[in-house]
Every structure is written in C-alpha cells, then in structure tokens.
Design a protein around this ligand. Structure first.
Ligand code: FEO
Ligand code: CA
Ligand code: CA
Ligand code: CA
Length: 641
C-alpha cells in the first residue's frame, strides 16, 4: 500500500511480495533493465560471448577474450561520475567479479567437491586462465540517454582487471619476507586480485575492492605441512608459513577449482607465500585506466567483505571493514594524515599510514576499538610477532590475542550520510549458541551475547553503532541491535518490539527497530550488502537460505528498504525480488538518486548447466548470466520516494 509522507525519509513505493519466480520483480511504477551481463564485450574489437558455445572458454584464446569482456558473478558496484562532479547521467561503473560458477558454465564440470574435477582441469588446462580472467573488476563507462542506460564500448576508460593484472603491495607490510616469492623477490609485485566481494568508494574518487574468500583458490596445504615436518634448514620457516595459513584454512588437498594443477602459483607447497599476498583491500583509480592497483597492507589481511569510509573532524579518514566468516571480527582503519580535497596525489597515500583497530562489544551497549599495534602487549615477540608487518599479515591472530568480539559473519558495513551511525550486516551464523571449543584450530566460545543474541542465528541481524561524539576516530562507541531478520509473522516465534543487550531471544524471534506492526513488515533473511539513499533510508540486499522464514512458498533473495529514523524506523519493506538461485548485491545510487544499479549474482545457483534452475535474463532455456541491472522510476523520479 502507499505510505504517507510523514517525514523526509518516507519511502513511498508499493511493497512487493516475496517471490520464487525466475525473474526480477520491482514495484509498480518502476522498471528494471539489464545493463551488463557476463560475457558482454567492453571493447569494440571483441565479440560478445556466444552463449551457444561456452566451450570456447576451454580453448587457449578463451582467456584473452574473457579478459576483454564483463566478468562473472558481479558483486559490488561503485558509480564514479564523469566530467561533472555529480553527474548522474554519465559515469564509470566499477563492478567486482567475485567468483566463477563452473557448474553453470561447463556442462561436463563434475562439481567443486567431486574428485573427478582434477581430470577435467587436466583435460582442459586453458579453462584455468579463462576463469582467472572472469574474476577481478570491470570498469565501464555508462551513459543515460532517453531514459535508458548504455555501455560506451568505445570509451578509453573501459578496463578489465583480472586474476593476472599486475598490482603493487604498499604500506607497512610491502616487501616483507613473508610477502616475497621466487617470482617476486621484492615482495611488492603481485599478479591479480581474487574473490572481490563488496567494496567502497573514497572521497577522492577511487574504488576500494575487497579480497574475501581468496583462500579457496590455493590448494595443497597438506603438502606444505608435510614438508615442514622434514628436517631441513628451512624447517622453521615452513612451519611458520603453515601456521599462518592455518588461521584462514585454505584447502588441505585439491582446491575447489583445481587451479594449482595448472598454475603452480596456487600450490601452497610450491609457493608457500603467494596466498599471503591476497586478503587485502585494493585501491584502484578508475579515472586513470593505466594506473597500477594498490593492495593497501595497512588495512590488514583477512576476508575483507567491504570497505566504507567516513572523514573525521580533523580530516583523518576511517575505513570500516568486516571479516566475513563465522566468529570473526569488525575492524576499522584510521589514517595518520588528513584528507585534503585539493590534493588528490596526497589522498592517494592516505591508506598507507595509520592505525588498524578491532571491535570489542560490551554487554552494557558500549564498546571499544582495540589498536593492532606491534609492540603493545600482547602483540610482541612473546606471542610470535616480530614487526607491524607481521601483525598486518596475521591480523586475525592479533585480534584473537586482543580479545575482540567474535561476530555472526560481518558482511557490509555502511555509514549513514544523514546521522553518521554505522550499520553492520551480520549475515547469519548457524554455529552461534553451540558449545564450541575449537573451530579451525582456534579456541572459541560459541555462546550468544548482546551483539550476537540469537543461537543458532539462521537469518542474521543488523547492528547500529555510533562512534562517541560521532567522531570516526574515537576509541569507544555505543551499539544496539537494529534488526533481527526473519519472518515477523512466524507463529512459532516472538515478534519483539523492544530489545536490550540482556533480552533472551529465541532462534526464530524477530525485531525491527521497535516498529510495532508485524503485518506491515516484509520477511527477510541473510542481510549482506547495504547502501543508503540520500535521505538516509537503509537499503539491504540479501544472500542466503530463506527456508528459515517458514513461509508457505519459498522466496528468492531480494532488495529491501528501511527508514532508520522517524515513525517508520525499522519498517522493512521489500522493493525487489531476484531470479532463482541468485544473491542480490551491489546496490548503488547515482548522486541524484534517480538510478539504482543492482547486481544479480549467480542466478541458477543450486542447478547446473544441464539441469538448469534459471535461464535469467535471456529466457528460452539459455544459460543464466550474472548481470548488472538498472532500476528507474517510470516517471523519472527518485528511487523509493
Ligand atoms: Fe562474498 Fe561475504 O559475501
Ligand atoms: Ca557479500
Ligand atoms: Ca555497500
Ligand atoms: Ca554473502
């Protein structure tokens, strides 16, 4: 129904009903257009991918072509205006390509956990290069003309960054022994970025793209561990490498895609330090297509989901980043020097010097940021750290020692442009509430706490944090649970209208910022990417199982919007539903809020190329294609308003 305009932030779109259909659904008065799909040529000299002949990706020239086409599994979107500071009609769209879904690309692919995949990779070794080329980032000039968005294929800004693009390691860990390899004795030159999930933009117009589950591309940890048991002059070193990898747990044997069978860079026994050159935040200047992407080591090494920024009162920049794994942590980096709106060259050095902190949540609704600084007890030689570089390379271990609070899979963290509060999507954690002792070789207590109050947490929640005095450089903060996702109408659960850190919460119980009309709220599960519109409404994209919602008909992932203030605070309503098997991600508004870019990632997941669950967006039984879609209002108005 229509929502009355009772505040600036009122959302007036007509709520859609969750859907299991294999299509994109948007509210009445809105339209969705496919802008860029996997395989779309970003350069005029290259043909688009022929969906009838995906086997061309198994041939030696498959990789060269894929390296000039839009990649697979788009996640983050960043819109960078062109020629006019706030242009909403022409800009560069930077899109992450998180991973490849081989089972949806190659009909003979045995599966990522089937031992037969080794034979497939050996039979078609060219697939490894093609799949590396489908990872990374696309930068594409896009233009709005006659109400429709178009790719500018001739643009000199267009760029593909892949799993092979030369990059530079910068900051305190660059050049460290642990980042040196046989191929790169400098420890500063890396090929490629992998598993780029979410990201962020800087006020100086660069992209921060985040390396998340990079460990899955490396195989044969077991080989390294067995070398480390043999007496040799290198034994101490090899043991150290093995212990370092252990905290992120890459595959002990064959990796899911088997790249290490073809490219020894991904064989941990042969190249024990290569994986340490991944897990960073990468800064890319989209306005300079020849610029070298920089892996900023000062921001720490872990499974970075995203990286969003707030500028402090003295000009220092703070970057918030979650480590998306069960019982991992929330971090922030504060730059040593100040942002200068008139000095871009200076701003491009800001992320190399500063302090990384990790969050500890207290039960009284307060919290503190603990600095990860070498030399401050316990981050010293007694605990295995010899330098700041080692603290940054082994960030998780340093955070363990400091007593950071293990969270329910921190995904996107976004700062409200209206109230400066910080919103954290904690996507889910089915292990929460279990009595755990160790997990991946690390001691862990699985009990619920105020900031992670549900066990098991099947449907996730959203935290609202406020830095003390709204100063992003503060060492203390306050927090509350904003939303406990789920189905507010679930008869088997309580719909809570108040929630404190000491509330006892059942696994299906829900809470929506105190909003009291359950019937006016849309059910949602597994919040992942977040975005704000210009009036401060929070937009939530979902990625996860929706079975826990206990709905009569299962629904696909979607996009939801919720006011964070006013009478409608907490009233979550569904705006978009994605096709089957997809996650919805990368919501990004143009500055005028009249265009919303959204990604449909891995449509058809759960099926295979031969047993297709989805044929979106082409229909007619075609292979599914991860794509960026553009949502506009038919009357040209602001999205949501
Ligand atoms: Fe790639 Fe944390 O989602
Ligand atoms: Ca994500
Ligand atoms: Ca975001
Ligand atoms: Ca996710």
């Amino acid at each position: 129904e229509q929502v009355p305009a009772d505040s600036e932030s009122a959302l007036r779109f007509e709520t859609i009903t969750g859907s299991g259909a294999d299509r994109v659904t948007v509210p009445k008065g809105y339209q969705a257009q496919v802008l860029l799909s996997w395989g779309k040529a970003l350069f005029p000299e290259v043909p688009d991918l022929d969906l009838q002949h995906l086997e061309t990706l198994l041939t030696p020239k498959g990789a060269d072509l894929q390296a000039k086409r839009f990649g697979y599994n788009c996640d983050f979107n960043g819109f960078f205006p062109l020629f006019q500071q706030n242009s909403s009609r022409r800009g560069l769209l930077a899109t992450n390509h998180e991973f490849t879904s081989e089972e949806l690309i190659f009909s003979g692919w045995p599966g990522n956990d089937n031992p037969e995949r080794a034979n497939f990779v050996r039979k078609f070794p060219a697939m490894v290069a093609a799949m590396k080329a489908a990872h990374g980032v696309s930068i594409a000039e896009v233009i709005k003309r006659d109400g429709q968005w178009h790719l500018a294929q001739n643009s000199s800004f267009n760029r593909r960054i892949t799993g092979e693009t030369p990059m530079e390691l910068t900051g305190p860990a660059a050049g460290h022994d642990l980042l040196q390899t046989a191929a790169d004795p400098s420890g500063k030159k890396v090929l490629g970025t992998l598993n780029n999930c979410a990201g962020g933009k800087t006020p100086w117009g660069t992209l921060l793209t985040c390396e998340e589950n990079f460990d899955q591309y490396f195989g044969n940890l077991e080989g390294l561990e067995s070398l480390a048991t043999e007496e040799s002059p290198n034994q101490a070193k090899l043991k150290k490498y093995a212990a370092l990898h252990g905290r992120l747990s890459p595959p002990r044997e064959l990796s899911p895609r088997g790249w290490e069978l073809v490219d020894k860079r991904f064989d941990i026994a042969e190249n024990p330090t290569e994986a340490l050159r991944f897990g960073w935040v990468v800064e890319i200047d989209p306005y300079h297509p020849k610029s070298t992407p920089k892996k900023r080591t000062a921001l720490g090494r872990f499974k970075h989901e995203g990286a969003n920024m707030m500028v402090g009162p003295e000009g220092q920049v703070t970057v918030y980043s979650g480590d998306d794994t069960q019982f991992e942590y929330i971090y922030k980096f504060v730059s040593a020097e100040a942002y200068d709106p008139n000095n871009r060259a200076h701003n491009l050095t800001l992320l190399d010097k500063g302090t990384l902190y990790v969050a500890r949540f207290k039960e009284n609704g307060s919290g503190e940021w603990l600095p990860l600084v070498f030399g401050r007890n316990p981050l010293n030689k007694d605990h295995g750290f010899a330098s700041q570089a080692e603290v940054l390379i082994n960030t998780r271990r340093a955070a363990d020692l400091l007593g950071a609070t293990p969270m329910d899979r921190p995904e996107d963290i976004e700062v409200s442009p209206v109230n400066s509060k910080i919103y954290v999507a904690l996507t889910n954690n089915i292990l929460r509430g279990l009595e755990l002792e160790t997990l991946n070789g690390r001691q862990i207590v699985g009990a619920v706490d105020g900031a992670n109050p549900r066990g098991p947490n099947k449907m996730g929640h959203i935290l609202e944090m406020a830095e003390d005095s709204d100063d992003p450089t503060a060492l203390t903060f306050s927090w509350e649970v904003f939303i406990l996702c789920g189905n507010p109408a679930d008869p088997a659960a309580k719909f809570l209208t108040s929630l404190t850190a000491s509330s006892v919460v059942g696994p299906q119980d829900t809470y929506f910022g105190g909003y009291a009309s359950a019937a006016k709220i849309s059910p949602l599960a597994s919040p992942d990417n977040l975005a704000f519109d210009q009036v401060g409404n929070l937009w939530i994209a979902t990625d996860g199982e929706t079975h826990g919602l206990n709905l009569a008909e299962p629904i696909n992932n979607g996009l939801y919007a919720v006011p964070t203030a006013g009478k409608e605070r907490g009233r979550v309503r569904q705006f978009l539903s994605g096709p089957k098997g997809c996650e919805v991600c990368g919501p990004e508004f143009t500055p005028d809020n009249r265009t919303l870019f959204v990604n449909i990632q891995h449509p058809g997941e759960g099926g295979t190329l031969s047993q297709r669950l989805s044929d979106w967006p082409e229909g007619h039984g075609q292979p599914p294609r991860p794509s960026v879609i553009v949502v506009t209002k038919t009357d040209g108005g602001k999205i949501g308003g």
